[in-house]
Design a protein around this ligand. Structure first.
Ligand code: N01
Length: 538
């Protein structure tokens, strides 16, 4: 069944932070806007990721919609809220902002095609309730986030496994009873760490298949009450605060380079940020921690010693926090953990080191590696995502002259300012490639980028322009800047989703702008000057 629905000024793809803000602000400005979301409610990744232990790494109050109409009324019970509470927060925000009434849920956008003759987009979605939905829109605001496309590796005989298996982002809605079960988990990224520490005390046995270590750092979770200062910070103060930091958190780097400090001072600073917890050790370290190899090694050794003091079995300790760093610390995203390392002190929790003992195949009853054979009831794939650009690959996006985004990005990602793309008129995206994405607090980035997109749309409409698209020169210069900035750091030396190198055949490049929010804000403000004339064609 095909149902034609009307023309919108803007179609929003996705239902997370960026989508909600964009829809709310465009609607408030008087535009006819509609959102499409594949899940049954707003919330984005927090609607889809509901595995045990899933919780955010940004602390209250910065992980919220920066909208006065929804600010302050919801009181969080923990400094780092879990997925259930974040879902409840989105429900609260929806009631306050009335977002859902302009959304079609259970609908996956499959195509966005630009029409050169009518100068608008045709958007196609597959709805589980309504079949195929088609509409047109003058503007697209693309908000699929950075973790839309899962990686589910295929092993020999995987289909023959008689137990249960699933990716963390597909955790069954009905829940999974892990009590007393023999459980395997493949992958030790953020999702793996969170599941492991959560289920270790319930399972019969837990076998962790580790390919790379996670340099997980202490979260220092705390309970909050409605009166806690974190639950009562005025929005203006929070915004002023986060706009002044490099990554949009409420803290900044240690204000020193490693080499400018004495050994005692270095240790004292690390003691301080480690004890405070959260992402400080990752995003608030020495100014040169991600640049200078000696500084980086000092941080690794500090981290390693703290982990090894918590893990009793020397074999497990060496696997979790090796004497020699397998990569430069901070070049892969460190997770926040609470009891991750203590979980390995349980006799029923063990690690298989995939660097020395790889998975050969699945069997009917479990997994066979080069050295061992295991029986499992459940195998959890915590194997991550085709991060940052994956969401774009799930949609057939075609711009001027029918150019396919997939072809355009075949050998590398090209965007201007991590928000617009040549040949894709009136197409705005956020929390995606070549923006601050992986190096910033999510709502900070989406606030900045959504507001930029909304201002651009208003400019086009108010000035009766047909469309706006960046020039190739601007796009090439931005791509160069993004990669040149990353090449000043140790990031390109490590295989990680930051560099696209966690996915086979994906171009290896910096998927994030790592220059910090301050310079990014200046760049995007510069592009707005003089009617966007420096970098855009109308
Ligand atoms: O994914 P990941 P994630 N055989 O890519 C391993 C955000 N996030 O879902 O590192 C064996 O980090 C892979 O090994 P390796 C956060 O930004 C945030 O955990 O490639 N192993 C790795 O260990 C995060 O960084 C939150 O060697 C295989 C793991 O699977 C990002 O999302 C919570 C394999 C994948 O880890 C992604 O996190 C969750 C294979 N074939 C996620 N393929 C919070 O806010 C992959 N691996 C807390």
């Amino acid at each position: 069944m095909t149902i034609d629905i009307p023309h919108y000024d803007a179609a929003i793809v996705g239902g997370g932070f960026g989508a909600v803000r964009s829809l709310y602000n465009l609607r408030k400005a008087g535009y006819k806007v509609h959102g499409f979301e594949k899940g049954s409610a707003i919330g984005g990744v927090w609607h889809h990721n509901r595995y045990p232990g899933a919780r955010v790494d940004s602390d209250v109050p910065i992980y919220q919609l920066y909208l006065e109409d929804a600010w302050g009324g919801f009181k969080f019970s923990e400094l780092f809220p879990g997925w259930k509470e974040i879902q409840a927060y989105f429900k609260y925000a929806d009631e306050k902002l009335q977002i859902s009434k302009d959304f079609t849920f259970n609908s996956t956008v499959t195509a966005c095609h630009w029409n050169d003759s009518s100068n608008n987009w045709t958007v196609t979605a597959q709805s589980t309730d309504l079949g195929e939905i088609v509409c047109t829109a003058t503007h697209i605001v693309f908000c699929t986030g950075f973790a839309a496309k899962k990686i589910i590796p295929r092993f020999k005989n995987q289909e023959g496994f008689k137990g249960q298996w699933f990716h963390t982002a597909d955790w069954p809605w009905s829940g999974v009873d892990v009590k007393g079960k023999k459980v395997a988990i493949i992958g030790t990224g953020a999702s793996g760490v969170q599941v492991i520490q959560e289920i270790a005390s319930e399972v019969g046995s837990l076998t962790v298949f580790q390919r790379s270590i996670n340099t997980a750092i202490p979260m220092r979770q705390r309970k909050l009450t409605p009166d806690s200062p974190e639950n009562n910070m005025p929005m203006k103060e929070s915004v002023e605060h986060f706009l002044s930091t490099k990554t949009g958190f409420l803290f900044d780097n240690i204000p020193h380079r490693y080499h400018d400090l004495t050994p005692a001072e270095r240790k004292s600073w690390l003691d301080k940020i480690y004890a405070k917890g959260g992402l400080r050790f990752a995003a608030g370290n020495f100014l040169d921690a991600l640049i200078d190899k000696e500084a980086n090694r000092f941080c690794y050794d500090y981290w390693k010693d703290s982990v090894r003091a918590r893990v009793k079995d020397p074999r497990k300790a060496e696997l979790l926090a090796p004497t020699q760093p397998p990569y430069h610390i901070l070049t892969k995203r460190p997770s926040l953990e609470q009891t991750f390392y203590e979980a390995f002190n349980q006799d029923n929790v063990d690690i298989v080191d995939l660097r020395n003992d790889s998975i050969v195949e699945f069997t009917e009853t479990g997994i066979k590696t080069t050295a061992q054979e295991f029986d499992f009831d459940i195998v959890i794939f915590a194997t991550g995502f085709d991060a940052v650009t994956g969401g774009f690959k799930l949609v057939d996006i075609r711009g001027q002259g029918g150019v396919r985004l997939e072809d355009k990005w075949k050998n590398g990602t090209f965007t201007h300012l991590g928000m617009t793309i040549t040949k894709m008129p009136n197409f705005f995206f956020m929390y995606g490639p070549q923006g601050p994405c992986g190096f910033s607090n999510g709502p900070t980035s989406t606030t900045i980028q959504s507001d930029w997109a909304v201002r651009a749309i208003e400019y086009i409409e108010k000035n009766r322009r047909v469309y706006m698209v960046p020039t190739e020169e601007a796009e090439n210069a931005w791509r160069k800047k993004v990669n040149d900035t990353a090449s000043l750091t140790l990031l390109p030396l490590t295989k990680s989703w930051y560099m696209g190198s966690n996915v086979e055949d994906k171009p290896v490049e910096s998927l994030n702008y790592v220059g910090g929010l301050g310079p990014y804000l200046m760049d995007i403000a510069g592009a707005e000057k003089d009617g966007y004339s420096r970098d855009f064609i109308f």
